[in-house]
Write a protein that binds this ligand. Structure first.
Ligand SMILES: *Cc1c(COP(=O)(O)O)cnc(C)c1O
Length: 382
């Protein structure tokens, strides 16, 4: 039987044609015509003052911390359940990440947990749209406003999702997107910072190119003014090759998301009645981008054995996502029991836009059978 991968980036002929055009143009590096066009496309799509194309979402989060002036001794409250890039970003600038637990039903950060962690050293909050599910931005913004904190949306997984009719990525004053090969729109590696305040966007763009402006633009200037380096900068630029790929991918977001949404509906239909696992819940006021589809196994099911069995049948799977507070690098003092429990029990099953109905049915059937085989005896009899 053919194998069914956990993830698959939908890149094809259209993206290849866009790359060929960049080759012909002679400007493959960043902040050239394609990069600028992508930034304009993103700013327009998201209705934000500025969009900065960068090398990855980790860089976007780092630039956000720099733009908000986060410094050593500051505390940044981060959502615990998700790829722990936000906590890393706090560490890049010498601040302390403080981990807030998540809601057991949506896996997104619990606004009350955030409010409870605010101290006089807190400067901001980074919420995560967990595997594509937007967090509770109305409540989070209220906490941020009450205490004068910045709010960043890590929308790495959420391209295409919505919250109260608004697009994920534009739900806070700064949104960070990822275009990594495992996300809903991809250029292999890539990211963007979306800013409601043009000053934040300009700061991020300058620091993303070693603290000087676009080298492409300098080539166009009449005369030879001497460029000045005014900030400590980094090289976080996105190449024009990647930008060209993303311009095509952005045009395909709705189509790709619709296909993943169909897969999610089919899984829900085939798995909802199983008493040894539960499927994701999506509140009425938001839509999911389905970067990952995670089921939650009953506590009596041996997850490792289920994964081994699925992989033995050529079906890709993985743990859900990460509980940051238990990772040794962060030396966290907080306890996040909901996140720790989810990290122990969730299983990611194949989710991408190329899955066929038959493949989804085969995954669901194999999963139902495997959880039965690997449930503790008491549960199996039930
Ligand atoms: C994937 C991911 C990132 C990192 O994105 P890169 O583009 O690989 O740097 C950050 N945050 C979350 C929540 C992610 O899932």
């Amino acid at each position: 039987m053919d194998s069914i991968p956990l993830v698959h980036a939908s890149l094809g002929e259209q993206e290849l044609a866009a790359v060929a055009e960049v080759f012909a143009s002679g400007w493959p590096a960043g902040q050239g015509p394609r990069g600028k066009a992508l930034e304009a496309q993103l700013a327009q799509k998201y209705g934000v003052a500025d969009a900065v194309a960068v090398s990855n979402c980790g860089a976007a989060l780092h630039l956000a911390m720099l733009a908000f002036g986060v410094k050593p001794g500051d505390e940044v409250i981060v959502a615990d359940y998700g790829f722990p890039a936000p906590a890393q970003a706090a560490l890049y600038v010498g601040a302390t990440p403080v981990f807030a637990d998540v809601r057991p039903d949506t896996y997104t950060v619990d606004p009350q947990a955030v409010a409870d962690l605010v101290t006089e050293r807190t400067v901001g909050i980074i919420a995560v749209d967990t595997v594509g599910m937007p967090a509770d931005y109305a409540e989070l913004q209220a906490v941020a406003d009450r205490h004068g904190l910045f709010l960043v949306e890590d929308a790495a997984c959420a391209v295409g999702a919505t919250y109260q009719g608004r697009q994920a990525g534009a739900l806070a004053e700064v949104g960070c997107l990822s275009f990594h090969g495992r996300k809903g729109a991809s250029s292999g590696e890539g990211g963007a910072l979306l800013a409601a305040d043009p000053k934040i966007g300009a700061d991020a763009r300058l620091r993303s190119s070693f603290g000087i402006g676009s080298i492409f633009d300098m080539g166009e200037v009449v005369g030879l003014p001497i460029p000045t380096f005014t900030e400590i900068g980094y090289n976080f630029k996105l190449s024009d090759i990647a930008s060209a790929i993303l311009q095509v991918q952005l045009g395909r977001i709705d189509e790709l998301l619709q296909r993943r949404d169909t897969v999610a509906r089919q899984y829900a239909e085939l798995l909802a009645d199983d008493d040894l696992l539960s499927v994701p819940y999506v509140p009425n006021d938001r839509t999911h981008a389905w970067q990952t589809y995670m089921v939650t196994l009953d506590a009596g099911v041996d997850r490792g054995a289920v994964a081994t069995e699925l992989r033995g049948q050529g079906i890709g799977c993985g743990h859900g996502t990460f509980a940051g507070h238990i990772q040794p690098v962060f030396e966290a003092k907080q306890k996040c029991p909901v996140s720790a429990d989810l990290a122990a029990r969730q299983l990611a099953i194949p989710m991408h836009a190329e899955l066929t109905q038959d493949q989804v049915a085969r995954v669901a059937q194999a999963l139902r059978s495997a959880v039965r085989t690997h449930a503790s005896t008491g549960r199996r009899a039930a």
